[in-house]
Design a protein around this ligand. Structure first.
Ligand code: ZN
Length: 260
């Protein structure tokens, strides 16, 4: 699927170049489904009295980052922002109690560095919506040759932001394990992990069939609580980029926000 914004290509002397402005990709037409539209449709189809879990992934930021494509990356994070807003609009319209979690599954290569300065790897300089210059560095490929630098940038191990709103959001604070998001989701659905053999000790093990007895004891799938999880696949340390480039994505309405 085409990305919302045209590709930008970083260079080893990017810090010496005039900043560019990201422009719309003509291949991304009015007929191209936006992530927010697909999210709204999924919510419409899933709404029921018992609750549900929806995971929405904006996968293209990861692909753009592997290719050192700063504009592609920013455009797809913008799509994630729209998807978060679509969920928030749905919650407001329906009044459903909904835990919304926005996070990423891993960090990535893009780093915002000093403007007008070449750094290891390659640099793209962009003009932000506020009119300032922003330098974005990509330096995790094997070499700076095109075949590596424009396709072989790699994931990184930086800590990730988790932002949440709704029932149970207050549990997603400080430093947590990524797998704790699973338990936060169970909690929001009112499902007891002990009665479903989903305790910490065996959370990485296959789930065994539950008996009628413990299902009855532990299940509360009638819980009205709903969960919408928005996951970004592999964006470049990019939750912080969201805050910079699309601050409304996380600050507009995400109630209690875990900041760390
Ligand atoms: Zn990846």
């Amino acid at each position: 699927m085409p990305r919302a914004l045209n590709q930008s290509i970083p260079t080893t002397d990017g810090g010496d170049l005039e900043p560019a402005t990201c422009v719309a990709n003509p291949e991304f037409t009015a007929e191209t489904p936006r992530l927010a539209a697909m999210t709204s449709k999924a919510l419409e189809l899933l709404q029921n009295d018992k609750g549900f879990v929806l995971q929405v992934e904006s996968a293209s930021p990861d692909k753009a980052d592997h290719q050192a494509d700063a504009c592609g990356l920013i455009g797809e994070v913008g799509q994630l922002d729209e998807a978060v807003q679509a969920v928030q609009d749905w919650v407001e319209k329906t009044g459903e109690e909904t835990l919304i979690v926005a996070t990423a599954d891993h960090a990535h290569t893009a780093q915002i560095t000093y403007e007008n300065q070449n750094t290891a790897g390659r640099v793209t300089q962009l003009t932000t919506v506020e009119g300032s210059t922003m330098a974005v560095n990509f330096a995790t490929s094997k070499t700076n040759e095109d075949e590596d630098a424009l396709g072989g940038q790699q994931h990184t191990g930086a800590q990730l932001r988790v932002a949440a709103s709704g029932p149970g959001a207050a549990n997603l604070t400080g430093q947590i394990d990524q797998t704790d998001l699973f338990f936060a989701s169970l909690n929001a659905l009112g499902i007891d992990p002990v009665n479903h053999n989903l305790t910490f000790e065996n959370k990485m093990q296959p789930v065994e069939e539950t008996t009628d007895e413990n299902t009855a004891a532990g299940s509360s799938v009638d819980s009205p609580a709903l969960i919408a999880t928005l996951a970004i696949a592999g964006i470049a340390g990019l939750i912080s980029l969201i805050a910079l480039l699309a601050p409304f994505a996380v600050d507009r309405a995400l109630g209690p926000i875990a900041k760390f």
